[in-house]
Ligand binder design. Sequence first.
Ligand code: ZN
Length: 353
Amino acid sequence: MSTNFDSTYLTDKQWYIPYSELQSACKWEIIGYSSEERPLLYTTLGHGPRSICIWAGMHGNETTGVFIILSLIELFQKKQIDLEGFTLHLMPVANPDAYVRYSRRNGLGIDLNRDFNSFQTIESAKLVGWIKMHEPELCFNLHDQRTIFHVGGHSAYTSLLVPSAEITRTITPMRRALMNRLGNALSSMQVDLTGVGRYTDEYYPTAIGDYLMANGIANILIESGVKEGDLERRAAREFGLRTILATISANDSPSKVYDQLPLNEQGQFEWVFTNVLYAHMRVDVAIKRFHFINGHAADYVYLVDEIGDLKAKPRMKEVDGTAIALAQPLELEKPVNGHFGDYLFEEGKILSL
Ligand SMILES: [Zn+2]
């Protein structure tokens, strides 16, 4: 496998593409329409007998998988990847009404990933119909995870899961084979797996991965996250892409590499100022980014995340705040204001360094 992919979608600093722009990025087919009548797009790469389905954008505020799919298309067109024997079916945005809002839920306020038991939404029904139509030997379900996740104190920039097929989380022969295949893929990539974790395999009967496993359709969940200093999740884009390519060509001979990935844990902060003077107390102050779409432009502000003794929790970035004295009260989930040492914040924006 190539280690030097030349793809703007992997390296570009943008982390959101307006849906209209995405629609013109490729010659898409349309499988149907969302509840607000946006086209549900898909395309196909290769002509091999082995069918693979990959989708992203089920949650509209999780865009890394969209970039992974666009990079697959770009690299295939540039002949930088070889799909001999395979056909890849790609759906970049399964939930376009959520995508245009940059929100988790669809236009009617439903979380699609809690709808794969009752299929009330048109988007979940269309996605599953599209998957079953292609009789895939393997699927990839692309999501983004929040920055609260870490693996052993390292920010979890990718978490992987071979989902459970039922409540007892039994390792069925199909699940074992898929774990082996993913483990062999990770070995073949010969990369440092620090920051790569295993997602919990707790059974969620209304989530698509669990639903598909229960129905005998093999699938892997890839949750893309943030590495310190990599706001755009570009490291996760490349790792996700490489994982997909390595897994489709891997065999399922016994491997424990997937099993040995540490489980991801919650509780990581993004940015902590330690020992800050605040209302006659010395406290740690954690702040986090909140992403949003302003018109068609991607933007973010810093919000107050937590105040108190945060010593026990891992963080991506730490600043000694001993010289910082905060005059204004802090409110959780509200934009950061005031001088934090060298940083001046106004309504969540950094004005100066
Ligand atoms: Zn998600």
